[in-house]
Design a protein. Structure first.
Length: 493
């Protein structure tokens, strides 16, 4: 274990990576093994801070950091930081800022298009920032490290009858990761996105400054970090809102065979707030046409709701009741319902497929035309072992400036979550082109990109995407990451 100097004053040219001594050579912009703590004969080795954690450069670590869930883009970093403390993140970001080294945080590696990768720079793995603060039954907030997974956070809060209000469908994502993009799920029509339910953030700016920010404390930074794609600061901690949790839920899967009827019933449910959770899926029929629809809706039971009454909850809906399925589940079993499918995908080797995902937010006024256009060109072979999601949110529940939501009372999340063998580069290229075409169709109809997917984007696209929020976002970038070292994989600045 190295001595404990101040965070910046360190042994010259040294960091500790297991038993390997690492020095940074600014001439080659790389880390390499060094014999001692002094500069080499040419004075090339720079001061790398002593760390509580480790800085690694082995092939296995670099290969892992050069990949993600998309398995499409591969940018190889020069080193990976596994921080032992927030102070490590501060020290290394400050060092990289001084040296002009690019930096990207990586949570669970679930990006689909190289967003958290960096060529020749530093990847900071946030998984070690996994502390969960004290939770009591009367809590309305909990403070956690950025590397905490939503599954672990929820297990900790449910012990006290509490829960975060909004979840993405997959729980094994990091808090810092989803807060950097938005975090949309079936509860969003009631509570907004996950970024709308965080009350304070602890971040490290691109200049290496550790800052706490909120709606009342450095609000410009707070707004630049929530859904800011890591462009101004790295999230290292968050204080998130908690609400009382149900013990059980009733889960409804309601089939439709007509797109307009499906969308209209979803819109009604979103406006009324009849269900606590509301999503929807599109599947192919026996002819390979994507024309089968299902509303997925969930009502929470006691102690936060009454025992669900089917007749009341389903009144006026135009689904096929003979094919509906209604199931009672434990609350956490519902939240983690896709875990068995994920295990099957991993066992079959399909988790390692490329995932050229398309994720859009489309105005309710134009969603029928956009969905019909995109689905009309989609084939079951294109989708592979993936799925299509289509469900409404409410514009008035979204309050984060950089989460760009169409100006419509009831926008729809439209996601084509394709999976294809990573070595089929021709098909992968075709699907990426199709994603761009679908985005252009949605944009012309007033839609926006929900930036967790794989849509080829240029810098001009980002400026158009942020629209009225762009000038403030650009000012925040210049203020908090003036040398532009953070998260180059997004390609925004």
């Amino acid at each position: 274990m190295p001595p404990a100097p101040s965070r910046r004053t360190a042994l010259r040219g040294l960091a500790v990576a297991g038993a390997v001594v690492i020095g940074f050579d600014p001439a080659t912009q790389s880390w390499a093994a060094a014999a001692d703590g002094s500069a080499d004969a040419n004075g090339k080795l720079s001061e790398v801070p002593t760390l509580d954690g480790t800085l690694v450069t082995d092939t296995t670590a670099l290969d892992a950091a050069a990949d993600d869930y998309g398995h499409t883009v591969h940018r190889r970093p020069a080193a990976v930081l596994r921080p032992g403390s927030v102070a490590d993140v501060v020290a290394m970001v400050r060092f990289c800022n001084e040296q002009g080294i690019k930096v990207a945080p990586r949570g669970q590696g679930h990006a689909t298009y190289g967003q958290a990768q960096v060529d020749g720079g530093l990847v900071i793995e946030t998984a070690t920032l996994s502390a969960i603060g004290a939770v009591r039954p009367d809590n309305v907030h909990v403070t956690v490290g950025a590397g905490v997974k939503w599954s672990d956070l929820t297990k900790a809060t449910l012990t006290h009858g509490l829960t975060p209000p909004v979840f993405t469908d997959y729980l094994e994502l990091s808090v810092g990761g989803t807060l950097s993009v938005g975090g949309i799920g079936g509860q969003a029509h009631r509570h907004g996105a996950q970024v709308d339910n965080v009350v304070e953030l602890e971040v490290v700016t691109g200049a290496g400054e550790l800052v706490r920010c909120s709606a009342t404390r450095r609000p410009d930074l707070f707004d630049a970090v929530r859904a800011g794609l890591g462009q101004c600061a790295i999230v290292v901690g968050a204080t998130v809102r908690l609400v009382p949790a149900p013990e059980t839920v009733r889960h409804y899967l309601l089939p439709y065979d007509d797109l307009d009827t499906f969308l209209d019933d979803q819109r009604l449910l979103a406006a009324e707030g009849r269900f606590d959770y509301l999503e929807g899926q599109v599947t192919a029929d026996s002819a390979g046409v994507f024309g089968a629809y299902a509303i997925e809706a969930v009502a929470y039971g006691p102690p936060v709701g009454e025992n669900p009454d089917d007749a009341t909850l389903l009144a006026g809906l135009r689904h096929d009741p003979s094919k509906a399925t209604i199931t009672d589940l434990g609350y956490y079993d519902f939240l983690d319902r896709i875990a068995p499918a994920v295990a099957q995908l991993k066992a079959a080797g399909l988790w390692d497929y490329a995932h050229p995902w398309l994720n859009l937010l489309v105005p309710g006024a134009t969603i029928a035309d956009v969905a019909a256009s995109v689905l009309g060109d989609l084939t079951p072979d294109d989708l592979g072992p993936g799925l299509v999601l289509l469900y409404p949110v409410r514009r008035d529940r979204f309050r984060t400036p950089l989460l760009r939501v169409p100006d419509d009372p009831t926008p729809y999340l439209f996601a084509v979550l394709a999976a294809t063998p990573a070595d089929d580069t021709a098909k992968l290229g075709r699907l990426l082109t199709a994603n761009r075409t679908a985005y252009d169709t949605a944009r012309a109809a007033g839609g926006t990109n929900y930036p967790v997917g794989s849509i080829p984007f240029e810098r001009a696209d980002w400026e158009e995407h942020y629209g009225a929020a762009w000038p403030e976002f650009r000012r925040a970038r210049a203020t908090y990451d003036p040398r532009g070292v953070l998260v180059p994989g997004q390609g925004i600045f």
